[in-house]
Design a protein around this ligand. Structure first.
Ligand code: NI
Ligand code: MN
Length: 226
């Protein structure tokens, strides 16, 4: 089964097979690098890593328009659910199953409070999309247990922040790529704002010389198919 991944800017991606579209961290309104408007994006399921504004973004508006359910850690799911949105509320270690596959919340080292003030623990998203395993690391710093995720579940695609300041930087992300051992790494969460500038081409050459992973650099709007 072919899966098309599309990078929509910052940490936002869609995974799609044509019928099902999984939308991750839909920060589009106010995102200077957004590849699509919130009113135009497709979604049949929405997944959130955490509740910072540059991740929760347009979630409620898109869920309302599309009817897509949202998966988010319990405190964040509760806030979204209070808007009348169908929300699945796992905690770290929890898996939610769908007809397209499943998503599991795994640890990420970061902080998070929503724009409305809900404190929530950030997560990484381990996703099985019809047999293709995608690991969106969320906003994390480098930590050694990243290794455990890839050791237990071989990763096809790792979506990894490299921008620094709010997350690991491109130097730490090379070590993260080594720990995870994905077939392919796609960098994100960089060059959206001046504070998160990074050199993705240098990251690509560093990862490809230090690890067995290959790196695909996508501009917002570009796709990668498995
Ligand atoms: Ni964050
Ligand atoms: Mn962020």
């Amino acid at each position: 089964m072919t899966m098309e991944l599309r990078f929509l800017g910052h940490a936002c991606f869609t995974l799609s097979d044509g019928d099902t579209t999984v939308l991750i961290d839909p920060f589009l309104t106010g995102n200077p690098k957004a590849a699509i408007a919130a009113d135009d994006v497709q979604a049949t399921t929405i997944l959130l890593t955490h509740g910072h504004a540059d991740h929760i973004g347009d979630t409620v508006a898109i869920a309302r328009r599309t009817g897509a359910p949202v998966v988010a850690i319990v405190e964040l799911a509760r806030e979204v659910g209070e808007e009348g949105i169908e929300a699945h509320d796992p905690n770290l270690g929890g898996t939610v199953k769908f007809d397209w596959g499943w998503v599991k919340l795994v640890p990420a080292w970061h902080t998070s409070t929503t724009p409305k003030g809900t404190v929530n623990t950030p997560a990484g998203l381990l996703i099985d999309f019809d047999g293709t395993v995608v690991y969106h690391l969320g906003d994390t710093s480098l930590f050694s247990d990243l290794q455990l995720v890839g050791k237990r579940t071989p990763i096809d695609l790792a979506l990894m922040c490299i921008g620094g300041h709010y997350t690991m930087d491109q130097t730490d992300a090379v070590d993260a790529a080594g720990l995870i051992g994905a077939k392919t790494v796609i960098p994100c969460h960089y060059n959206t704002f001046p504070l998160v500038e990074a050199d993705a081409d240098a990251f690509k050459s560093d990862v490809e010389s230090a690890t067995g992973s290959n790196v695909v650099v996508l501009d917002p709007g570009e796709t990668y198919s498995t």
